[in-house]
Design a protein around this ligand. Sequence first.
Ligand code: ZN
Length: 125
Amino acid sequence: MHEMSILMSMVEMAEQYAKQQHAERITGISLEIGEMSAVVPEYVEFLFPDVTEGTMLEGAELSIRRQPVCVRCRDCDTVYEWRKEGFRCPACGSEAAQIVSGREFKIQSIEIRKEDENDGSGESH
Ligand SMILES: [Zn+2]
């Protein structure tokens, strides 16, 4: 499972960011995972508690947003959503297309808590 190493570098990036912000802890993280990325969201959710144990992300709330796959028609440049059932350009009917998004795996946002911060702000629950 390569999700493990991907998650570990994600934790590193998040911690680096949190340290720059002088945060005490990371309380939440949102990830964006493309439908066509090699990362399986179910694995990410499953591995998250283990990977984050003992890090600043321990106990952080994980939210994952799936990004649909979008392709661009090679014949008329129309961008449309790709579907597994088969795709065809809605404008000209061509099946020649190239992927423009849907392969990404990235951190969308990170919620942090700072040491000197008072309660009330920034907490969503
Ligand atoms: Zn087209």
